[in-house]
Design a binder for this molecule. Sequence first.
Ligand SMILES: NC(=O)c1ccc[n+]([C@@H]2O[C@H](COP(=O)([O-])OP(=O)(O)OC[C@H]3O[C@@H](n4cnc5c(N)ncnc54)[C@H](O)[C@@H]3O)[C@@H](O)[C@H]2O)c1
Length: 359
Amino acid sequence: MTDKPATPRPAPSAQAFVPFVSVDAMMRLVHRIGLPTALAQLTDRIEGDFRRWPEFDKTPRVAAHSEIGVIELMPTSDGTHYAFKYVNGHPSNTRAGLQTVTAFGVLARVATGYPLLFAEMTLLTALRTAATSALAARHLAPKGAKVMAMIGNGAQAEFQALALQAVVGIDTVRLYDTDAGATAKCVRNLAGSGLSVIPCTSAEEAVQGAQIITTCTADKRLATVLHDNMVGAGVHINAIGGDCPGKTELAPAILARASTFVEYPPQTRIEGEIQQMPAEHPVTELWQVITGQAAGRASDRQITLFDGVGFAIEDFSALMWLHEALGTETGAAQMLDLIADPDDPRDLYGMLMRSRPEG
Ligand SMILES: NC(=O)c1ccc[n+]([C@@H]2O[C@H](COP(=O)([O-])OP(=O)(O)OC[C@H]3O[C@@H](n4cnc5c(N)ncnc54)[C@H](O)[C@@H]3O)[C@@H](O)[C@H]2O)c1
């Protein structure tokens, strides 16, 4: 008795395939481009999209909170492309050997709704968050700032320091983390970067002589990482880690003294440092500083605060950057059979039945 030859399964159509950028592919792509170049390109890309801010659909991200963390969806569109990111924030994850933040995302064509790209975004989020901090510092930090304090030396930390080096020209980073092991990891990772790297044993020590202070800690409760007496005149602060209701890093007295710059006020008032202030607390939108519609730093003594929570347009910019980079970095993406695309668009059922087991 001979085996009956299996009926060939129908091959997916060309429309079925969506380029997928895996973690491995992202790592190789960043090294081919060069990390400082990638950070500088992303900063420029985000700046370009902030310049055309009114063209985007905007909404505060959709958050599902639990006692220990949050899962969020971050959508936006410029009318031609649509993007969303899935991202979590679980500060206790590191104790279980997991990351605080992981992410993936999709870029799609508005005209058809078909995805153009599906990508890991854990690395890409670290890159775009650092690029956004660099963009804020480019427009708000004192000119010629060379020294940055980095409070919170976890997964985002090296990216923040390297972006500020590439875009703003800092030459020294002063590190502090409540976990000395995190600081030691950062010192190791930044060796050879060209930065002078100074580990510190307190936040007070870290901010000594710093013109830029970045807070990037993770704690799902109101924390005071930066006290009022630690912030001198003329400093620029990038407050990155406070990005959820009940999760802040700065003493409210700093907010009372500083000029605050934000991404999208309806989201920042829910999630940012300014959740500690009255609803009418004055803020300036960063895109308006970039386009010249609002003043940025007005004096050498002004304290400028970028209350960064992470906004969907930054992820849109990052996915567009990635999509363009793939154009020249052939072979970086795998093709995923992601979209069911029957020959007759109304015969989805018939397509399913063509793969029915015989018997
Ligand atoms: N604004 C944005 O766009 C954006 C993007 C990504 C991540 N984040 C936020 O940034 C934060 C850091 O992210 P991560 O991936 O680096 O997290 P992580 O858990 O890897 O690192 C956080 C570090 O903060 C340290 N820390 C906690 N409390 C501290 C304190 N009081 N003083 C000094 N150090 C302290 C921890 O020991 C840890 O090393 C998270 O809260 C995350 O949600 C914001």
